[in-house]
Design a protein around this ligand. Sequence first.
Ligand SMILES: [Zn+2]
Length: 349
Amino acid sequence: MLYIGKYIQVGRYKNGGVFGIGSKQALLSEPNEFENLVKIASLWKTPADEDSVLEKARILHPEISESEIIKCISFLVKNNCVMEYEHFKGDDRYSRNSLYYNYMGANSKDVENKIANSSVTIIGCGGIGNHLSYLLATSGVGKITLVDNDEIELSNLTRQVLFTEDDVGKRKTEVLKRELLKRRNDITIEIIEKSINSEDDLKSIPKSDIFIISADHPFELINWVNNYCVNYSQPYINVGYINDISVVGPFFIPNITSCFKCTDVAPDYLKEDALSHFIRNINNDFKAATFPGVNGVAASYAFGDIIKFLGGFSDVLSKNKRIGIHSSTIKIEEQLMPKNPRCTVCSHQ
Ligand SMILES: [Zn+2]
């Protein structure tokens, strides 16, 4: 049984009207077209199948022709304006997410089941790890593994939103686990207190549906993760920031997407040559100009892709590319990273 999606709003606009809001809104400039659609949609406030709505419309709206009624019904179905009646329970903790899945044209129950059975591994429990672990836990992910070896410092509190002054000096993984369990007591949280200092270190981390790379050091981390994930068919997403730019991607899906090494997008910080000494001299004390908003934007943007991947709906936006969202201007930059048949890392897979 279907009924009009909770997320539908209609309003008069100029001579006609706007049906629905958001990216899927339809502007109807013909007054009749808009009025007919509103009348037929209104019948669907009561749960019914398509045939019953057609039947009801014939009786209650003799002024609308049969072909117009059919056109309206098909418009409503095709544009995700109707949803399954039992898919919305206002007091369910996931009910608002569920409306979003329906709005995107997915079956929210299927999506929620997939998410509940999924596991994610967050490598790096700083600003991005805080945001993402919170978003994923409260959205119903079944299991989260937190990987980090750092202790909380006072300078973390600007953006590592789940830590408090009392937590300074404590392990990031332990405090994050405590805070996530307060928000959802039926989630499984594993902690691995470990710094990743080589590709080999990744082998001791159990595989999961996705590795989230949210640690900003060491420089080589993304390369180790990329090698490891390509070799062991482990999906991953890179999330971070380059000073004032939020960075999302690439999103690596084994045998489907390109990998980080398919295209050269990052400088080599470790190449040994005559200049190495000077380069190291500048880089060895590097501290990113981390800013809370930049962090939060990267995490929120990545969250959308991670949930789509785990829930199996809509399209992952950061695959085969690295997306940069600039905080100093309203600009979104895409570095395309197409699959390279001669890639030194993934071409042998
Ligand atoms: Zn590659």
